[in-house]
Design a protein around this ligand. Structure first.
Ligand SMILES: C[S@@+](CC[C@H](N)C(=O)[O-])C[C@H]1O[C@@H](n2cnc3c(N)ncnc32)[C@H](O)[C@@H]1O
Length: 277
């Protein structure tokens, strides 16, 4: 049975696939938003040249490499340095004054993908004179994305866009100070990496592991259904220090979440929220 032919059967096959993956590998996609998850599953069928979701399940359960490829498809890794540049202007003007006097600043990048967001923040903190007393915790579900982040090597061709974002995000220096260009690759300078801790962390199952002054969880929960979003909001709320700041993605909101009243808006347009003390 092909995917679109019988919707009820498709739903059943998808449920069984997700249950199988959870039980065998521990990745829990059962509360991801269905529409986008199904689009990813269809892509996996095309890529694996498999006709049915049941056959995909068979392939994934018996072949770890097939699971790895599926994970890469499900974990959407779209990101960029200084993505949504105005956010970084808002961080410079509204967030930095709140954290400047902390003896040790802790920032958590939740769902950091291949690290561009983390290096953007490290650059900003360096320019504010705060990088040395900051620990940046960069976590993601997908270890291969984290490996790329830790390596800090990006295509040189992307640097033009990144430089434009950096300038629009309030950067005033030469962006090329932050990487070494070699052939067609840009390597992030080692000193920018020194205070970053990279770790695999699953938002579905993972617990809070520290108390943070700033948490960025941008463009991650858009892939989750409402009940998982609510659970993750609880985790983020519990992981923030009183007065700490939460940054969401530009299409995300705190409205109607269980913790809406626990925050005040710091910058409504840039989705910056401050946990009430
Ligand atoms: C679109 S990227 C967002 C990257 C970055 N935050 C940004 O806004 O540019 C979404 C990231 O969420 C991660 N992710 C998805 N499910 C997750 C989970 N259960 N726990 C932790 N990270 C997850 C994916 O692996 C992916 O790297």
């Amino acid at each position: 049975m092909t995917v679109a032919a019988q919707p009820e059967l498709e739903d059943l096959e998808v449920r069984l696939l997700l249950e199988g993956i959870f039980r065998h590998y521990g990745y829990d996609f059962r509360d991801y938003a269905q529409a986008s998850l199904k689009r990813r599953i269809r892509k996996a069928l095309q890529a694996e040249q498999i006709r049915t979701v049941s056959a995909l399940q068979d392939a994934i359960l018996h072949d770890e490499q097939a699971m790895r490829r599926f994970l890469d498809l499900v974990t959407v890794d779209v990101t960029a340095m200084f993505r949504d540049p105005r956010l970084y202007v808002a961080v410079r003007t509204s967030v930095i004054p709140l954290i400047r006097n902390e003896p040790l600043i802790r920032v958590w990048h939740v769902g950091c993908a291949s690290g561009e967001e983390v290096y953007s923040m490290a650059i900003l903190l360096h320019e504010e004179g705060l990088l040395e007393k900051t620990r940046l915790y960069a976590t993601d579900l997908n270890q291969s994305l984290l490996d790329r982040g830790k390596e800090g090597i990006y295509p040189l061709s992307a640097m033009q866009t990144h430089t434009g974002n950096y300038l629009a995000g309030g950067g005033t220096r030469a962006f090329s100070e932050y990487y070494a260009a070699r052939y067609d690759r840009a390597q992030i300078k080692p000193w920018l990496k020194a205070n970053i801790v990279w770790a695999q962390h699953d938002l579905v199952a993972g617990a809070s592991f520290n108390e943070f002054h700033v948490i960025l969880c941008r463009n991650v929960m858009i892939y989750f259904n409402r009940s998982l979003q609510d659970r993750v909001h609880r985790l983020l709320y519990e992981s923030l220090a009183p007065g700490g700041v939460l940054a969401l993605g530009d299409k995300e909101s705190l409205q109607f979440t269980p913790h809406e009243a626990g925050y005040e808006s710091l910058d409504r347009r840039e989705k910056l929220f401050r946990k009430r003390k």
